[in-house]
Each structure stands twice: as structure tokens, then as C-alpha cells.
Design a protein around this ligand. Sequence first.
Ligand SMILES: Cc1cc2nc3c(=O)[nH]c(=O)nc-3n(C[C@H](O)[C@H](O)[C@H](O)COP(=O)(O)OP(=O)(O)OC[C@H]3O[C@@H](n4cnc5c(N)ncnc54)[C@H](O)[C@@H]3O)c2cc1C
Length: 419
Amino acid sequence: MSRPSVTKTDLVVVGGGIIGLAIAREFAQQFAGMRVMVLEKESSIVTHQSLRNSGVVHSGIFTKPGSFSARAASLGGSLLVEYCRQRDLPVERVGKVIVAAHQNELPMLDLLYKYGMENGAPGLEMIGAEHLSEIEPHVQGIKAIYMPLTATVDYARIARAFADDLIAVGGEIVTHVRVDSLTTSTPNIVLITSMDHTQAQWQLEIQADYVITAGGLHEDLLVHMTNPQRQQDLLIVPFRTDYYVLRPEKRDLLRGLVYAVPDSDLSPHGIHFVPHVDGRLLLAPAAALAFAREGYGRKDVNPREMRETAGFPGFQRWALRHGVAAAQDIYRDYNKTAHLKQFQRYLPELTADDLQAGSSGVRALALLRNGTYADDLLIQRSGTVIHVENVPSSAATASLFIASQVAELAERELLLTRL
Ligand SMILES: Cc1cc2nc3c(=O)[nH]c(=O)nc-3n(C[C@H](O)[C@H](O)[C@H](O)COP(=O)(O)OP(=O)(O)OC[C@H]3O[C@@H](n4cnc5c(N)ncnc54)[C@H](O)[C@@H]3O)c2cc1C
């Protein structure tokens, strides 16, 4: 590699996903004359979680009342839908049912209903089997929560619209640039980056007054650059969802979103069926532990990342509690018949021929030292570097709200002044 060339800016945002782009847009629009540069390691923005997701605007029903996630989903969802309307981006109000297939799921369904009411989820209704069959004639269940206003959107298009807004006010997006180190000991923050473009590799040194990291599946590595001691506290563990697409001739089997009652961790990472805004119907099984952070294929394995995960004390504690269930999810992930059986609990008419292989998405779950997930927003400031360490599982829904929260923090603690 050649000697690094040097460039300077006011704010660097690391990560060209929906969160990094929403933050960069907010700062460039809100703070007077600030030069904002987004750095993205891939050849284009919006390539990981922000591209490969279910496209649901969450309403906060899966989150504990009073948590940031609850506020983020309800306020963030409204902001997002309003933004889509202004930018003429698709929003489909398809409605959602959360279905209990068995008596033993009723206590959790009741708890979700209580959370939904306390979180102000609009139009919420508890319904019986008969009403369920009017809403979704092919779905089987004994009781359900009905949310008629839940919408679906296209998060990749929204994220690209954020990028357009950023560029319109003079912001810059540089792709093919990976941040390898962050040094905060000089008057400026120094980022050493490597560029890997058309076989050639070179280094670029970037000096910035402020840095915000939103690195998704690699955010912990960015955190460790400024806080090496956090290596013991935080590790991103990847969970993959392998979507199926319903054969187009069977598209009429479902009208809106259908979710299974989640297990005890209250996460919306379980079975769900999604009418995508592009017309396809996606069937998502429960997410399974992946063997590589960007492992989108079932055979993708990264031995170094697996060793790091296995050596993390928080993962060992997590595995003691959830290892058996995780192993079952992994087994099912390699077995279409097992997935089909799970889907048939809700859609008995489904056959193996109806399931076509779809794309996959890998979710970044931040595991803490005590073996639990950090599901709420976790923002850590280290001098003039702000790390968005963890985003809630409905972070795409909450992207505009998260960006406004980071800007408020910068205003309060870094004394930045708005326009
Ligand atoms: C299967 C699945 C379904 C989901 N469904 C929904 C849903 O229905 N509704 C919802 O609201 N949310 C959903 N989510 C969650 C949502 O998609 C994510 O929370 C959100 O996209 C996170 O955005 P991000 O910008 O933090 O991460 P990402 O989109 O992953 O972006 C992070 C970026 O940082 C870059 N990067 C990392 N390290 C570096 C580095 N060192 N240098 C330069 N660049 C770097 C990466 O290349 C990447 O492009 C889902 C997620 C998944 C995986």
C-alpha cells in the first residue's frame, strides 16, 4: 500500500445504511455549514441490513412500555410514513394480525396487547378465531391481535432518498472506503481508511472534528477502536433470516401481515409473512444464528468471527440459556420441510411446491457480557466520537427518530448550534 493521502472534513459518518444516512442527512440539514462525509466500505450504499429486511413499519407492540424502542417505533413510524408521503415513496396499509396458534401462547398474546395499548399502537383490537377468518380466510389461529393500520414500505428506497437529501445540501458519500482505525489523541480525530477499488488498494487519512459510527453488523469493531476495554462488554452476533417467496399463483392466500406470537424474548424475529410493496409475498422463518457476520448463504462460514464469538463470555452465557433452541433454529434453517411445517401451523393449505427460495437478511444483535441482548438504543460518546452501539430491532422504522436523538445529543453535549 502507498502512503496515505490526507483529506479534512467536519463530520464523518461511518456506515452507509439507513441509520448512517439518516444521521448524516439530519446533521447536514440542521447544523450550520457543517461539511458531512459518509464512508461506506462496500461499492454502494444500502447493501446490508437496510437492503435485506421485511419492510414493516413497526408500531411498538413488541417493546416494553417506557423503553426507547417503544417511543422510537411509535414516533419514528409516523415520521417515516409522513416522509414517504412527501417523497412519493410507496406505503401500503396492509394491516397485521399476531396469531396465537395454541392455548399456551395466550399469556404472551395478552402481554403484547397490554404493551400495545400502553405504547399507543393505533387501532389495536383483540379478536377471536371467527373474526380472524374474516380478515385472513386462510389463516388458522385461536385468537389474535389485529392492527389494521400497520404498513409496509421499501427501506432501501427510503435510505437512498436520505442519501439524495444529504447530497442536495452539499454532503458527500464515499464508497469503497473501509475505516480501519480511529485515533482521538490529536486535536482532530484521525481515521485511517483503506480503499479497495478495481484491484488497487491504497490508504486515505481523513481528519474530522466529529465522527459518528453506525456500522451495523460491524459496529462493535468500530466501538473497540476508541474503547478497547469494551471488547469484554459488547459483541455483535449475526442472525440470518432465509426468506421464501410464495408462488405467485398462490398470492391470494394472504391479504396482510401475519406474525406468530413471539417467544419470551419479545423479538419480532420469529415467523412472519409479509406482503412486500413490490407485490411478492415473503414467508420468513425464525432467524437462526449465522456463522459469518455477512453470511447470507447457508454455507457461509467465517472461522475467525466464529472463534471470536465462541470466546466472548456473553455468548457462552447466552448459549447456556438458549443453546438448545438456537440449535433447533439452525437445524430448521437447513431443512425446508421443517420450515414448511412451522408455516403450516398458520397456513395449513401451504404445500412444499408453494415455497420458492428467496433472499436472506442478517440481523446484528448486540450481545452484552451478561448474556442478554441490548434491544434498546445504545449511544455511547467518547469525546467527539459518537457510537450508535446498538439500534432496536425496529431500527429502520425508527431511523428518522434515531437521527434526531443523535442530533439532540450533539447539540446538548458537543454544543453544536442548529441553523
Ligand atoms: C431480516 C431482517 C428483517 C428486518 N425487518 C425489519 C422491519 O421489518 N422493520 C424494521 O424497522 N426493521 C427491520 N429490520 C432491522 C433494520 O433493517 C436494521 O435495524 C437497519 O437496517 C439497520 O441499519 P444500519 O444502517 O444500522 O445497518 P446496515 O444497513 O447494516 O448498514 C451498516 C453499514 O455500515 C458499513 N460499515 C460497517 N463497518 C464499516 C467500516 N469499518 N467502514 C466503512 N463502512 C462500514 C456496512 O458496510 C453497512 O453498509 C430487519 C433486519 C433484518 C436483517
